[in-house]
Write a protein that binds this ligand. Sequence first.
Ligand code: HEM
Ligand code: ZN
Length: 181
Amino acid sequence: MQGSIYTSFSEMVIENMGMSVWNELLSVVKPPSEGVYTKAMQYDDSEIMAFISALSTMTKIEASVLVRDFGEYLFIHLYHNSPASLSHVDNLQDFLFCIDDVIHKEVKRIYPKAYLPTFEFTKADNGDVVMFYQSKRKLCYLCEGLITGAAKHFNQLVTIAHPECMHHGADKCKLVISFEE
Ligand code: HEM
Ligand SMILES: [Zn+2]
């Protein structure tokens, strides 16, 4: 996983929980990187997974909740450092539709070692956006948080349902995004 994701993760822990929690996390997880990350480099996925599971044990907050909160925190950091120009995108739906083909495509061009998730979209008759997410990392809760972060950025109110999930045996996660007027 890209160093920029790790940098944001450590910033979130330090900002929201304090330096002592981050230090404790490092002493429990003992990551090969020693917790020092360079944005443009790749680090083993097992580090982030180990942080989440140790933080969940330490705080007694469920891992899915921690990952969702992290996604929401992460969004604005990714957005402001996006390698693709996003100035023409002014709403959540258009933004979601361009993650795969514009944003993540550009990320992959710049960082060929990045492994990016794939998305498929359909639009329900009632206007809901149905998003299928697939990745070896199964970070569907990160998706939920990123979408919530993006919705806040565009000042839109959404609810996200997650009726099918890779953590419960599905081959893809199905996220149904309902827009509130
Ligand atoms: C400007 C916006 C965005 C940028 C610049 C961006 C960039 C990135 C980067 C650099 C990674 C790490 C890839 C790697 O290290 O292999 C990543 C991963 C990821 N991105 Fe985005 N992203 C953006 C928005 C979003 C949004 C809105 C979603 C939600 C649907 C999303 C979903 C994900 C997920 C779930 C991952 C984790 C990797 C995985 O699932 O396998 N991204 N993104
Ligand atoms: Zn899922």
